[in-house]
Every structure is written in structure tokens, then in C-alpha cells.
Ligand binder design. Structure first.
Ligand code: DGL
Length: 279
């Protein structure tokens, strides 16, 4: 499906355009927040496809279609760069997205894999992710050139907990213990949070894994890559007194999204709008 033609931007117009951030739902907000920490003057448009989340249990081909529809929507809003703030979405649609759009497309998998490979001391890395990300083998590919062993664990229920606003308590602790036991047995020293929902669970994950295991957040690494790419391309705003705007759009229920935002991220999520995609 073709997107609406985006406004033609060049020079300062292009640098002053917003950054588009996309996730299946709420998880990409961990990326958006990390981007805001590093680039506080930038405008952001966030799109969460909450109506069709979770993506993790869906076939990769279906996820690819959903991601491209969502990215078409962001491009039609005139963004200067796309951040696929979703491991499942990156695994499914990165190549198509890079071919399809005339703006830089930044993703989460390679930045996280690169960081994990750089910091592991025993070359035993774990990744926790959705079923779709695991079956795409995106992390295996990203780590292919380094001499590490990768242990993959699917943690499907984690996304459901986050989307329900549950990040602490005995139930999630029991679930985390069950999911993470094989990675403890594998004696990994580095664990990639290979889903952007999971940084909101890093309390319980690090509690279970213990302090000898270093967590790598795909969200933080993606934000650093966003900073580096936009700096390298000369695409950052230079009017540092600009009052940034942050728009949050969901394909689901705006009130629910805002409520969850308040609960898990305080004042970061404000003024959520509902939209349909395709529009
Ligand atoms: N946050 C998404 C990711 O990074 C996936 C969540 C979902 O299953 O929709 O993989």
C-alpha cells in the first residue's frame, strides 16, 4: 500500500521535522524516553499500534505488513527519520523499510547485539524476546561475526504484563524465575533485553539474574544509535531554545494508553490521540 506523499523537506526544514518512533504498543516508549534524554530539543511523533498488539505471537509476514502500514503513516506526517522501536518489527520489516522510505530508518537489534558483544567477558550472551523475534533469528544474524554463544529465551507473557501495567509483584516474579532459569544454567554474563517492553521489567529481571549478569537494553542502544546517525547526517535541530512537541498516537484506546503511560512513565506520556491505520 502506498503512503500519502510526505511534505518535501530540505535543509533546515528537514532538520526541524520530527523524529517518528514506532512500536506495536507501549514498549517503544522506553526508546522514545531514551531518545528524549539524549535529544531533548527534538520533536517526536510516537505511534503505538496497540489495537493489533502484541505482535510477538503473529507470523512474521503479517507483522511486516503491519509495520509498513504504521511506518507509512509516520512518513505521511513528514518525519525526518524513522525509529523502529520494536525488536519484532525490526526483525520483520527492516530491509523493506530501508528500501521503501527516503528517510533514515533506525532499529533496535544490531545496536543491542553490538553492545552485548563488546561487553561480554565469557562470550556467553542471552537474549530474551518475543516468539517472532526468536524465530526470525535476527539476533543470531546480528552476532554471526562475533565468537559468542547466544542463548535465546522467548518470554511471551512479559509483554502482556507490561501492557497490563504490572511490573512488580509475586506473579511476575514467579514468571521471571521460570523464564530465566535456563539462562542462569547457561551461565551467561550478559543479557539482551530483546524487546522494548522489557526495560520496564528490568527491576524484576536483574533481581532474578543477579548482579553478575549485565543487562543490555535494546531501547538505550537504539537511542544512542539515533543520536549518532542523526548527528552524522546533519539532521539534528540547531535551534536549541526550541520548545519541543511530543505527540503520542495509538491505534487503540487513547485514554487507556494515557492511563498506562501515567502509571508506568509518569508525566512523559501526555495528550494521547487515537488514529486508525491505514488511515
Ligand atoms: N515491543 C516489541 C518488541 O520489541 C514487541 C511487543 C509485541 O509482542 O507486540 O519486540
Amino acid at each position: 500500500m502506498d503512503s500519502t506523499a510526505p511534505p518535501v523537506l530540505d535543509g533546515a526544514g528537514r532538520a526541524n521535522a520530527p523524529i517518528g518512533v514506532f512500536d506495536s504498543g507501549f514498549g517503544g516508549l522506553t526508546v522514545a524516553r531514551a531518545v528524549v534524554d539524549l535529544l531533548p530539543h527534538e520533536d517526536i511523533v510516537y505511534l503505538g499500534d496497540t489495537a493489533r498488539a502484541p505482535y510477538g505471537p503473529r507470523p512474521i509476514a503479517q507483522v511486516r505488513g503491519f509495520v509498513l502500514e504504521a511506518l507509512d503513516d509516520l512518513v505521511s506526517r513528514g518525519v525526518k527519520a524513522l525509529v523502529i522501536a520494536c525488536n519484532t518489527g525490526s526483525a520483520a520489516a527492516l530491509r523493506d523499510a530501508r528500501e521503501r522510505y527516503g528517510v533514515p530508518v533506525i532499529e533496535v537489534v544490531v545496536p543491542a547485539a553490538r553492545k552485548a558483544a563488546a561487553i561480554t567477558r565469557n562470550d556467553r550472551i542471552g537474549v530474551i524476546c518475543t516468539r517472532a523475534t526468536a524465530s526470525s533469528r535476527a539476533y543470531d544474524d546480528a552476532l554471526g561475526a562475533s565468537p559468542v554463544r547466544l542463548f535465546t529465551q522467548v518470554c511471551s507473557k512479559f509483554v502482556e504484563y507490561v501492557e497490563a501495567g504490572v511490573t512488580t509483584g509475586s506473579q511476575i516474579l514467579a514468571t521471571a524465575r521460570e523464564y530465566l532459569a535456563p539462562l542462569q544454567e547457561a551461565e551467561i554474563d550478559t543479557l539482551i533485553l530483546g524487546c522494548t517492553h522489557y526495560p520496564l521489567l528490568s527491576g524484576v529481571i536483574s533481581y532474578v539474574m543477579g548482579e553478575r549478569v549485565t543487562l543490555v537494553s535494546s531501547s538505550d542502544e537504539c537511542a544512542r544509535t539515533t543520536f549518532a546517525e542523526l548527528t552524522g547526517l546533519g539532521l539534528l535541530r540547531d535551534d536549541l531554545d526550541h520548545e519541543p512537541t511530543r505527540r503520542f498516537i495509538t491505534t487503540g484506546d487513547a485514554e487507556q494508553f494515557q492511563g498506562l503511560g501515567r502509571r508506568l512513565m509518569g508525566g512523559f506520556v501526555d495528550g494521547v490521540q487515537a488514529a486508525r491505520i491505514p488511515g
